[in-house]
Design a protein. Structure first.
Length: 173
């Protein structure tokens, strides 16, 4: 489906000259105008106003050069919106992941503190402290893997969505 915006000339004859191929027979011309009316029930083709947007069917007889794709603009706007939203989501996720990783690095540095080392070497509490420190390190590693996967998932979703929009655009013409 394509669109046509009525310009200065609002008479049906002038509009049809802009929309229809010149070599159409009278019968084909009438059929094309009937198809035009069917997809534009809101418009009185005999009383068009300047600026009226007409949908133009994808049928033989209509000039493509004088019309615009009905989906191109909205799909481009949707793609831009999607790009911005996913870019922002990825940026915020990466920023949060970096901040959390920095906090985790500080925690791991604290494990090298003399008091923690002394507690680990204590025969009474050392095994529990060592187990806790190792558990925290493992959880940090798992968290970083999940964080990287989350960023990759956002990027993959964005690529898939853009691919689907492009596919939709090709389907709709």
């Amino acid at each position: 489906m394509r669109t046509f915006v009525v310009g200065e000339e609002t008479k049906l004859k002038a509009v049809s000259e802009k929309l229809l191929h010149a070599n159409l027979s009278h019968v084909r011309s009438e059929a094309a105008l009937k198809a035009l009316q069917e997809v534009n029930p809101h418009a009185d083709l005999n009383k068009l106003a300047r600026g009226t947007v007409l949908f133009v069917p994808d049928t033989p007889g209509f000039k493509i050069s004088t019309t615009s794709s009905a989906t191109e603009g909205p799909l481009a706007a949707l793609q831009e919106l999607l790009d911005k939203a996913l870019g922002l989501a990825l940026e915020e996720t990466a920023s949060g992941n970096s901040a959390r990783a920095a906090d985790q690095d500080q925690t791991v540095k604290a494990f090298d503190d003399g008091a923690v080392k002394k507690a680990i070497s204590d025969p009474a509490i050392g095994p529990q402290v060592r187990e806790s420190v190792n558990a925290v390190r493992k959880s940090f590693e798992a968290d970083r893997e999940l964080a990287a996967r989350a960023e990759k998932n956002i990027a993959d979703v964005g690529k898939a969505a853009i691919a689907k929009l492009n596919e939709l655009g090709k389907t709709l013409g």
